[in-house]
Structure formats: structure tokens, C-alpha cells
Design a protein around this ligand. Structure first.
Ligand code: FAD
Length: 500
């Protein structure tokens, strides 16, 4: 400690000394090109898709082999250095946001498809393989990997496993959790671990289910074995228009209540369809208050029968227009709008924040009405796109991150949506994870005891608490402070990491 230095200077000095120590130690186990620490090199890693919050890491490590991953983890464990695993950085909840005194462990170089096994309908891939690349590799066998996040062109299977990612077709085919056989990786101490196996079930506790969705807090994944499913012979999509969002919400519940499990069941409100139509010209009905996309896949006979049943339910619930895709090109056109909802929002606003909560399907209209009231309360616009069949909301709050007041109002708006979802019987996260974004709202969803049990699971894997610390599970102090703020009618800024 040098007495004449300000606190800020002292902090910078300590950070620089720590950086030198970590770089020296990691130099012994990684080639020089696999280590980045100069500001201009680490800047691209300072945020994920939650780009309003940024933090430069101390060091970025880019290992190429499992032995190097193991060595990095062992060094960091001994030195007590936090490690944040990173796939493609498309996460929307700040899960891959660096730790200021930590190593960002990029798995980008783990991009090999090891084996496609058509007989067992599985693929063994390295963790940095892109989601879509698995389906592309499996296509010659008539197979594909079903979970299809809209970011599938970029996001990695390691990131999908960490977030338990979903997508428009997960209603029928399940989330990541339902499509993974085995995960292989390393604990923070550098011990090799495997969860699950080649068979459908494994002996002992189902630790695979604990690791999937654990947001990089329990282990670093290096390899994943996924299930593949046969490509359906045919898929067709209905685009249904509604002049009232309540009718559209009720129609979603009606389709499921009729015993139909569509391959996809998505909803967009009027502001969203307007933004999308302007961008990709998907042929959406701009006069509708809401539109639904309902997909059926299977044999031609199954599809024809299901499209008929779904159309009937949609009409019963007041659909004002129904269009059914005539061919594959038109089906893809319908979906191109939905898949481009996020970039379309980026075109009409300097920034957007995508919230992600779930509610019981029957409350879809209620939450939309509540969100439109919040638009007035917080003075910000919001476009809504939903995995409606799953009751998974994606309100996109439009704001300007350069205006601190707008950013703060956006945070309050987002937290209000999450907590209103809980009040309606839902959850604060659907598929994007908690990261840093939903830490405060986790205090509303879970009791102090429940959060402590989650910390207990973390400690069982990561005794020193070094793997992605400060994310996902709120500390008791944070929840106490947040509780006081809520009583006073306010909310704590969600990105206040340092204080708690
Ligand atoms: C335009 C857009 C659309 C999206 N649409 C969807 C959608 O439809 N459905 C959906 O679920 N999500 C969606 N997302 C969110 C995001 O793409 C997913 O959460 C995805 O799973 C993140 O993968 P990634 O490789 O980018 O991971 P990152 O963002 O790099 O990391 C995400 C988390 O996983 C951890 N992690 C990453 N790799 C590993 C590893 N190898 N071992 C251990 N931990 C690891 C990180 O520490 C972090 O906590 C979307 C994002 C964008 C930008």
C-alpha cells in the first residue's frame, strides 16, 4: 500500500500487479498467442449481448486443447483468480460479462465436430461449435439438432448448455436440457468431469440436469454429445391475425387445451410486427393487434390434419385472418420475421433490452396489458415477441444507453416486468438465464433459504467460489437491500455488482 496514492490509483496499481502475476503464471501453460491482456485486445470481450454493461477482464485466455483448459483452471484455482467461461458472447443476461480481476476463458477454438453417429442419432461436438453448424453437419443423414435459438447462427453449444437455451421449436422438441446426452469438462480445480452418458439414463444422481442451465458456475464444458432427430418430411406454418391481444392470448391457451403440440407457437404484438415488416418484409398483417405463427410438422397427412385442427381453434378464438404457408419458401418467409425480431428492434432504437420471463399461458393478455401500462409509467416504448406456446415473454424495451436516465428507467421497467410475471404465477427467467440482469428479481422469486441452497450446490462444485462469481444467485445482503428499496417503492439498479 503506497500512502500517497488515491484509492483509484491504488486500485489500478493492484490490478496491474495482479495482471502481471496471472500473465506470468498462464504463460507457462499457454502459447503466447493464446493470451491477451492489452486493452485493445481485451476490449472485444468486455460485454455479451447485454451490452449496456461492460467490464474489461484482467486477461483473456484462448486455450486450444483440454489439457490447456485444465492447466488454466488449475493455475487460477491456486492463485484464487475468478474465471468466466465464454462461448460466442451472445448471451442476453450478462452471464459472460468479465470479472475485473478475473480471466475470461474463451472456448472459441473448441470448434470441431468430432462425430456424427446416424445410427445412434447423436453428435459429439466440441463446446465452441455453433448451434446451427451441428444441424448443417447432420443434414446429409436426414437429421438435425432440434433446439433452435434465434441466435443459432452464432451461439455455441457450450453456451446453450450453460443457459439451457430454447428456441421457437422447443415447445414440441424440448429445451437444450431435453436434447443433451453427455457433457464433458473440468471443475474449477481442474478435475475432469463427465455428466450423463451415451444411454438415455445414467446411474446415480442426475447431475447432467444440474449442470445444464448452471450458467458457467459449476464447471467449464469442453465437449457435448447431443441428440439428433429426423428432419420432418414436411412443415407448414399458419399466420393468424387478431384484432385484440386478449383474443390472441386466449387462442394460444386454446390450441394447447385442444391437445395440440405445435412445432412452434409464437406471438408478436403490433409494434413488433411493424418493426419486423419494415426490416424483412415477411408479409405480416400490419392491421392486426397481434399475430400468431403456428407451425405443424410431420408426414404430409399429419400436417394436413393438424393445420386443419389448429385453424379451427384459431377461428373459434376470433382470428380475423388466417394464412397457411403454401411452400417451404413461404414458411421460411413467415419465420424470417420472427427470427429477425431483435435486429429489427435495433433498427428503430439506439438500444433495446430484451427481457425474458415466463407466465402461465392463460395470463398472456394480462401481462401485455400490464406492460402497456408500464410503457406509460416509465416513458419508454416496448415491442413484444413471445414463445407463446411456452408462456415465455421477450419484451424488448427500447431506450438510449447513452442517456443514464433512460438506462435507469429501462432497468426499472425490466424489473417490473419480471416481478409482475412472478406475481402472475411465472418465473423471472425463461431461457436467457439470470446472469447479472435478473439478480435482484431473483430475490423476489426465491426466499433467502432457497438462494442459500443454490449457493450450497455451487460450493459443492466450486469450493472457493471462483467460477463466474457474482452472477445468478443473489447474496443475502443484496436481497435485504432490494427488499428495503421495494418497500420504499423503488428498485435497485440491477448491475450494481460491486456492492454485493
Ligand atoms: C439476437 C439474439 C437472439 C437470441 N435468441 C435466443 C433464443 O431464441 N433462445 C435462447 O435461449 N437464447 C437466445 N439468445 C441468447 C443467447 O444466444 C443464448 O443464451 C446462447 O445460449 C448463448 O450462447 P453463447 O455461446 O453466446 O454463450 P455466451 O454468451 O458466451 O455465454 C453464456 C453463458 O454461458 C457460459 N458459458 C459459455 N460457454 C461455456 C462453456 N463452454 N462452459 C461453461 N460455461 C459456458 C458463460 O459463462 C455465460 O454464463 C439470443 C441472443 C441474441 C443476441
Amino acid at each position: 500500500m503506497i500512502a500517497s496514492l488515491s484509492a483509484e490509483q491504488q486500485d489500478l496499481l493492484e490490478k496491474s500487479e495482479r495482471q502481471t502475476q496471472v500473465v506470468q503464471a498462464l504463460n507457462a501453460c499457454l502459447p503466447a498467442h493464446a493470451l491477451l491482456w492489452h486493452n485493445e485486445d481485451t476490449t472485444p470481450y468486455e460485454c455479451d449481448g447485454l451490452s449496456a454493461y461492460r467490464q474489461r477482464p484482467l486477461v483473456v485466455a484462448l486455450p486450444e486443447t483440454e489439457a490447456q483448459v485444465q492447466a488454466v483452471l488449475r493455475v487460477c484455482h491456486v492463485l484464487g483468480v475468478p474465471v468466466v467461461a465464454r462461448g460466442a458472447g451472445t448471451g442476453l443476461s450478462g452471464g459472460a460479462m468479465p470479472h475485473r480481476l478475473g480471466v475470461t476463458l474463451s472456448l472459441a477454438k473448441f470448434n470441431k465436430i468430432i462425430r456424427i453417429d446416424a445410427r445412434s442419432r447423436s453428435a459429439q461436438v466440441q463446446c465452441g461449435v455453433r448451434n446451427l453448424a451441428i444441424s448443417e453437419a447432420a443434414a446429409p443423414h436426414g437429421l438435425y439438432y432440434a433446439p433452435d435459438p434465434s441466435s443459432q447462427i452464432a451461439c455455441t453449444i457450450g453456451g446453450n448448455v450453460a443457459e439451457n437455451a430454447g428456441g421457437v421449436h422447443c415447445l414440441k422438441y424440448g429445451l437444450t436440457l431435453h436434447n443433451i446426452l453427455k457433457v464433458r469438462g473440468f471443475t474449477m480445480e481442474g478435475d475432469a468431469v463427465e455428466f450423463g452418458g451415451e444411454a438415455l439414463d445414467t446411474a446415480g444422481l442426475d447431475l447432467l440436469s444440474i449442470v445444464i442451465g448452471s450458467e458457467g458456475m459449476l464447471a467449464v464444458t469442453t465437449e457435448v454429445t447431443v441428440k439428433l432427430v429426423p428432419k420432418p418430411q414436411l412443415a407448414r406454418c399458419i399466420m393468424a391475425s387478431f384484432d385484440d391481444i386478449r383474443k390472441a392470448g386466449d387462442a394460444v391457451a386454446g390450441v394447447i387445451a385442444a391437445g395440440i403440440i405445435p412445432a412452434g407457437l409464437e406471438m408478436m404484438d403490433k409494434p413488433m410486427t411493424a418493426a419486423v415488416e419494415d426490416y424483412v418484409h415477411a408479409g405480416y398483417d400490419l392491421s392486426a393487434s397481434a399475430i400468431l405463427l403456428c407451425e405443424s410438422d410431420g408426414t404430409p397427412e399429419e400436417v394436413e390434419e393438424e393445420i386443419g385442427r389448429m385453424s379451427a381453434v384459431l377461428r373459434q378464438h376470433g382470428a380475423s385472418a388466417i394464412a397457411v404457408s403454401k411452400d417451404e419458401a413461404e414458411r421460411l418467409k413467415f419465420w424470417s420475421g420472427r427470427k429477425n425480431a431483435f435486429p429489427a428492434s435495433g433498427r428503430i432504437s439506439p438500444d433495446y433490452m430484451c427481457m425474458d420471463s415466463t407466465i402461465p399461458r392463460k395470463r398472456l393478455a394480462d401481462i401485455l396489458i400490464a406492460i402497456s401500462e408500464m410503457e406509460k409509467k416509465y416513458g419508454l416504448r416496448c415491442c413484444n415477441v413471445f414463445h407463446a406456446g411456452d408462456g415465455n415473454l421477450h419484451p424488448l424495451i427500447l431506450f438510449d444507453a447513452n442517456d443514464p436516465d433512460q438506462l435507469h428507467r429501462c432497468e426499472l421497467f425490466g424489473a417490473d416486468i419480471l416481478e409482475t410475471s412472478v406475481a402472475m404465477g411465472g418465473t423471472v427467467t425463461g431461457e436467457h438465464g439470470v446472469g447479472i440482469e435478473k439478480l435482484n428479481s431473483m430475490c423476489v422469486q426465491f426466499s433467502a433459504e432457497e438462494n442459500e441452497q443454490m449457493f450450497g450446490v455451487k460450493r459443492a462444485f466450486d469450493t472457493k467460489g471462483l467460477l463466474n462469481p457474482g452472477k445468478v444467485i443473489p447474496t443475502p445482503q443484496r436481497c435485504a437491500e432490494y427488499g428495503k428499496m421495494l418497500v420504499r417503492g423503488g428498485r435497485l439498479k440491477f448491475a450494481e455488482l460491486e456492492r454485493f
